[in-house]
Design a protein around this ligand. Structure first.
Ligand code: NAI
Length: 333
C-alpha cells in the first residue's frame, strides 16, 4: 500500500470539521490513490464529541482511511504530519475588542506553532482556517522556529470560490451562458476580512476579460466587491450559523491544489507570506494569485496593477500590518 499521508485537523469536533473530515476520508482532497491517517485535535471538554465523530468516520467504512487518532495533545496531533489544517480558533464575538481577540488566538496559535515546529514533518503544509485566519497563521509561523515560513498559509479560497460564483451569476443574468468552469485567473488579494479585494481585472471568462464582459464599473465597485466580502455575514443571517460546509470545501480545494497542482492557464488565491511582491509588505500573510506545481506554490508575477486595484490592495495590506503590529505588541510574535 502507498504510505498514508498524515493529515492533522484541529477543532475537529466543530462545524467545519464535521464537513471536512468526511471529504478528506473519501479521497476528495488528496486523490483516489492516497490513503490517509487522520490526526484530530480538540480541547479536552470536546473529546467526547470528537469520539462521536470518530464513530461516524468508522461507520463510513472509507477504503482510504487508514487510521484515526483523537487527542487533546498538539504534539500527538501534529506528529509527523504532512498536512495540518488549523480550524479551531476563537472567532470574534459581539463586543470583543481587537486586542482581546488577538490575544485569545495567540493563546492557541503560539503553542500550536511551537508544536508544529517540534513534531510535524519539515515540509508540512499548514493551512489556517480559524479566524482571524491570516494573523493566526502569522502567529503560528513566527513561533515555528524550525520550519520554513513558506509552509504556513491561510485560507482565502472560500472568498475566491465566492468571487467566481458571484461573477457567473451576474454574467448569466446579462444573458451570457457561463459556468464556473469558464472562469479562470480569479484573484482575491489581502486579508480574509471585509477589506479583501476580489479583482476582476485579470480574470478571464472563456478567454475574454471579465470586467469588459460585465461592462459596469459601478456594479463591480459597489455591489460585486462588497457582496463577495460580506458573504459570510449574509450566510449567518440566512442560516443562523456560519458557512461551515463551503468553508470545508474550500479547505479541501486549497490543500488539493497545493498538493496536486493548479491547472495549466489558471491560478488560485492563497494567503501566503509576502515576499514584497506587488508592494505588499514582506512577512505578513496576505492573499495573492498563486500557481502550484510539484507540491509547491509560487506567487504569480508581472500582473499590471491599476490605480483602483492599488488602492484596494494597499488598504487590505494596511489592515494586516495593523494586526501584525498588535500581535507584536502583545508579545505573540
Ligand atoms: P466551531 O465553533 O463549530 O468549531 C471550532 C472547534 O474548535 C470547536 O469544536 C472547539 O472545541 C475547537 N477548538 C477551540 N480551541 C481549540 C484548540 N486550542 N485546539 C483544538 N481545537 C480547538 O467553529 P467552525 O464553524 O468549525 O469554525 C471554525 C473557525 O473557522 C472559526 O474561527 C471561523 O470563523 C473560521 N472560518 C474561516 C473561514 C475562512 O474562509 N477562512 C470560513 C468560515 C469559518
Amino acid at each position: 500500500m502507498t504510505t498514508p499521508v498524515r493529515v492533522a485537523v484541529t477543532g475537529a469536533a466543530g462545524q467545519i470539521g464535521y464537513s471536512l473530515l468526511f471529504r478528506i476520508a473519501s479521497g476528495t482532497m488528496l486523490g483516489p490513490d492516497t490513503p490517509v491517517d487522520l490526526q484530530l485535535l480538540e480541547i479536552t471538554p470536546a473529546l467526547g464529541a470528537l469520539e462521536g465523530v470518530r464513530m461516524e468516520l468508522d461507520d463510513g467504512a472509507f477504503p482510504l482511511l487508514n487510521s484515526i487518532t483523537c487527542t487533546d495533545d498538539a504534539d500527538v496531533a501534529f506528529g509527523d504530519a504532512d498536512v495540518a489544517i488549523l480550524v479551531g480558533s476563537m472567532p470574534r464575538k459581539a463586543g470583543m475588542e481587537r486586542a482581546d481577540l488577538l490575544s485569545a488566538n495567540g493563546g492557541i496559535f503560539k503553542p500550536q506553532g511551537e508544536a508544529l515546529s517540534r513534531s510535524a514533518k519539515k515540509d508540512v503544509k499548514v493551512l489556517v482556517v480559524g479566524n482571524p485566519a491570516n494573523t493566526n497563521a502569522l502567529i503560528a509561523m513566527n513561533n515555528a522556529a524550525d520550519l520554513d515560513p513558506g509552509r504556513f498559509t491561510a485560507m482565502t479560497r472560500l472568498d475566491h470560490n465566492r468571487a467566481i460564483s458571484q461573477l457567473a451569476t451576474r454574467l448569466n443574468s446579462q444573458g451570457e451562458s457561463v459556468s464556473v468552469n469558464d472562469i479562470k485567473k480569479m484573484t482575491v488579494w489581502g486579508n480574509h476580512s471585509v477589506t479583501q479585494y476580489p479583482d476582476l481585472s485579470h480574470c478571464e471568462v472563456a478567454g475574454k476579460n471579465a470586467l469588459e464582459l460585465v461592462g459596469d464599473q459601478e456594479w463591480y465597485a459597489n455591489e460585486y466587491i462588497p457582496t463577495v466580502a460580506k458573504r459570510g455575514a449574509a450566510i449567518i443571517d440566512a442560516r443562523g450559523s456560519s458557512s461551515a460546509a463551503s468553508a470545508a470545501s474550500a479547505a479541501v480545494d486549497h490543500i488539493r491544489d497545493w498538493t496536486l497542482g493548479t491547472p495549466d492557464g489558471d491560478w488560485v488565491s492563497m494567503s501566503v507570506p509576502s515576499d514584497g511582491s506587488y508592494g505588499v509588505p514582506e512577512g505578513i500573510i496576505s492573499s495573492f494569485p498563486c500557481v502550484c506545481k510539484d507540491g509547491n506554490y509560487e506567487i504569480v508575477q508581472g500582473l499590471d496593477i491599476n490605480d483602483f486595484s492599488r488602492e484596494k490592495i494597499d488598504a487590505s495590506a494596511a489592515e494586516l500590518v495593523g494586526e501584525r503590529d498588535a500581535v507584536t505588541e502583545l508579545g505573540l510574535i
